[in-house]
Every structure is written in structure tokens, then in C-alpha cells.
Design a protein around this ligand. Structure first.
Ligand code: PMP
Length: 374
């Protein structure tokens, strides 16, 4: 069966192979030798040997895919990106504070970094180092213009803004900017779509529900020397050191989401890994932005060097055609293209699970719609 293409921003399209395998294994999970366990993954103890093997394979595959160095811990947590907006300052804001109040700096490039900034103020002194809000979040302020404070423990960026469609094409080198702070990245919506330069990162976090698997799993990758500095008010289940010391099993982890993410990691490896995905993602993004820019019927206002490969917001110049565009798209098997309510227009999220053919189908529809409505 050819399923429609699903351009949702998240929870988002999953590889059909993964869903098929999960369906086949739902009632009776087989191990890698095909021996049946007699139970589904949802029914397993997280401490039993069956789930342990699922967990270990998922962690090892992810470490390989993202080329995570040995001195970084991979944590499988819960709470999503928004909980991390609190958990990160609870853990890291005091890194360089001595006995004083912790501090963190933020670069605002869209709704998600702005939310992170606001939440952090409950736990530390926060400061906007730079913001593109005045331009409607259509660009990334140049790193040389960032006002970084000497006492900041970390600098937070959202390396891909899901709503505004802004992506850092390279991560800032804080040391070269004269800063001692650690770089924290929210990579929720482009994790595993491109490599990460870990030499520039202290901590990365992301919800799984866009590029990695189902909602409910939150990935944290953190350099070991940043563990053990949590504020005393930090809940134990959210203290990265406690989580790391217990192999992400201080409390019950989201076992089924970890299992599905593990299947996605195997799928990613079969696709050739993150480098191969990046090449596909570049081709998909070029095709779609090319179609948007072609005639002026559609438009995207993001600075070219900041355009996201994953989330592509676009507008019809004649907005009275929006409903007709969406209805026709649905007819054509192109789902969930409506833009975020704060921005309007359309948004196509073209994560790893959307093949080039999906973007070709979208572009073909856009051209056809323009022919009949232009
Ligand atoms: N950060 C980014 C970049 C996101 O796209 C999202 C969700 N769309 C979040 C944070 C919030 O994630 P959650 O809903 O899992 O808390």
C-alpha cells in the first residue's frame, strides 16, 4: 500500500519498514537470533535481559550514527524539549557560579529558543546575547555580534527552529569568541539529519518525535565533566549525574519509545548513516526551496544561509487560496502541510523519513496548483 506523504512537524512520519517490524513483533518479540520471548516489548521489565539488550543496541547504534565521543554520556529521558528548558539550567547553570547565582546566555532565533530563555529565568540569571525577533525571526544574528557574559555557565541555541524554519549551518565556536561557556544545543528537529561537531558542544538535547521515533523519549547527550553540578533543588530523576550513573534507569525509562527509536537507528544504518541522510536532505531541501523561489507565487522569507533543511515554512502570496491549497494537497496524498498557528501559511517538514519522492510529489502538486490558480 502506498501511504500518503506526511509533512507533520512532529510527531512526524516514521519509516514504514519500522512500523511494519513493530507490528510484526507486537505480541511476541524475537531476539536477534529469532528466539521468541513470549511477550511484547511494552510488557517487559526494563531491568530484564530482553529489554536490556534492546536498550544497549539502541544506545550503541545511536553513538555510532551520531559519532558521539566516548567522553559524552547518552541519556534517554522523558519530559520532551520543554522539560529540558528547566532541566538544563537546573543542572548546568551553576557550573561556573561558585556560591553565587548561576548564569546562562541565550541566542534567540525563533519560538523555541525564546521559550528556553523564558523558562531558564526561574533557575538562574538569564540574558539575551542576541536576538533576531525584531526581524520576525528570519535570520541568525552573526556570532561576532553576540553579547556573551563572562560569568555565563552556558550559551543556549536552538540549532534548528522548527516553527520559523531557521537552521544553524555550523555550530558557533564559543572559544573563538573568547567565551569560557559551554554550548547547549536544542537539536530536537534536526538530530540525525546531519553530523554534529561535538568539539563545540557541551550538551545537546532533543525530543525524539521528529527524526528519531515516537514522542515520550527525550535524548540528552552530555560531556561527562559537566555532570555533578546540579542545583540542590534539582529533582533526582532529572539530575543528569543520577540518570547517567543508573544507565538511564534511575526510574522507568520510556521503554516502548526506546525500542521504536532503536528500530529507526537500525533503519538509518541501512540507509547509509547520517552522512547519507544529510546528502538526501540537502537534495530534498534544494528541490523544495527551488520550487518556492521559482516564480513569486510562493514565498519563504528566511535568509538563505539560515534556511532549515528540515522545516520549510512557505506562504502563498494570495493567502485567500490557503484552504484550497490544503484541501487539494490532502486529495493528492500530501498531509499536514498547514503552517504553525503563530506563523500561518504552510510548512513542510521533510525529516529523514520523507524520501526524495515525497518532496517531488509535493513540488509537482505546488506547480500544478500554481498553473490552475495563478
Ligand atoms: N524544541 C524544539 C526545537 C521543538 O521543535 C519542540 C517541539 N516541537 C520542542 C523543543 C518542545 O518539545 P516537546 O513538545 O517534546 O516538549
Amino acid at each position: 500500500m502506498q501511504r500518503p506523504y506526511n509533512f507533520s512537524a512532529g510527531p512526524a512520519a516514521m519509516p514504514a519498514e519500522v512500523l511494519e517490524q513493530a507490528a510484526a513483533e507486537m505480541l511476541n518479540w524475537p531476539d536477534s537470533q529469532g528466539r521468541l520471548s513470549g511477550m511484547g516489548v511494552m510488557e517487559m521489565s526494563h531491568r530484564g535481559k530482553e529489554f536490556q539488550s534492546i536498550y544497549e543496541a539502541a544506545e550503541a547504534d545511536l553513538r555510532e550514527l551520531l559519532a558521539v565521543p566516548a567522553n559524552f554520556k547518552i541519556l534517554f529521558m522523558q519530559g520532551g524539549g520543554l522539560a529540558e528548558n528547566a532541566i538544563v539550567p537546573l543542572n548546568l547553570s551553576g557550573l561556573r557560579a561558585g556560591n553565587g547565582q548561576g548564569a546562562a546566555d541565550f541566542v534567540l532565533t525563533g519560538s523555541w529558543s525564546e521559550k528556553s530563555f523564558k523558562e531558564s529565568g526561574k533557575y538562574c540569571s538569564n540574558h539575551i546575547a542576541a536576538s533576531s525577533k525584531a526581524d520576525g525571526f528570519t535570520a541568525i544574528p552573526p556570532a561576532a555580534s553576540w553579547e556573551l557574559r563572562d560569568n555565563a555557565s552556558y550559551v543556549h541555541i536552538c540549532s534548528n527552529e522548527t516553527i520559523h524554519g531557521i537552521e544553524f549551518q555550523s555550530l558557533p565556536d564559543l572559544k573563538a569568541l573568547g567565551s569560557q561557556a559551554e554550548l547547549v544545543i536544542d537539536f530536537s528537529s534536526h538530530v540525525a539529519s546531519r553530523p554534529v561537531d561535538w568539539s563545540r558542544v557541551g550538551l545537546a538535547f532533543g525530543g525524539a518525535q521528529k527524526n528519531l521515533g515516537p514522542a515520550g523519549l527525550t535524548l540528552v547527550v552530555v560531556r561527562e565533566d559537566l555532570l555533578g553540578h546540579a542545583l540542590s533543588i534539582c529533582p533526582s530523576a532529572f539530575d543528569y549525574k543520577t540518570v547517567a550513573d543508573n544507565g538511564s534507569m534511575y526510574n522507568t525509562p520510556p521503554t516502548y519509545s526506546i525500542y521504536i527509536a532503536g528500530l529507526v537507528f537500525k533503519w538509518l544504518k541501512r540507509q547509509g548513516g547520517v552522512a547519507a541522510m544529510e546528502a538526501r536532505n540537502i537534495a530534498k531541501a534544494e528541490l523544495l526551496y527551488g520550487a518556492i523561489d521559482a516564480t513569486g507565487f510562493y514565498m519563504n522569507g528566511v535568509a538563505r544561509n539560515a534556511r532549515s533543511r528540515m522545516n520549510v515554512p512557505f506562504f502563498l502570496r494570495n493567502e485567500s487560496l490557503n484552504d484550497a491549497f490544503l484541501a487539494g494537497a490532502k486529495e493528492a496524498g500530501l498531509l499536514q502541510l498547514k503552517g504553525h498557528k503563530s506563523v500561518g501559511g504552510m510548512r513542510a517538514s521533510i525529516y529523514n523519513a520523507i524520501p526524495l519522492e515525497g518532496v517531488q510529489a509535493l513540488v509537482q502538486y505546488m506547480q500544478e496548483f500554481e498553473r490552475t490558480h495563478g
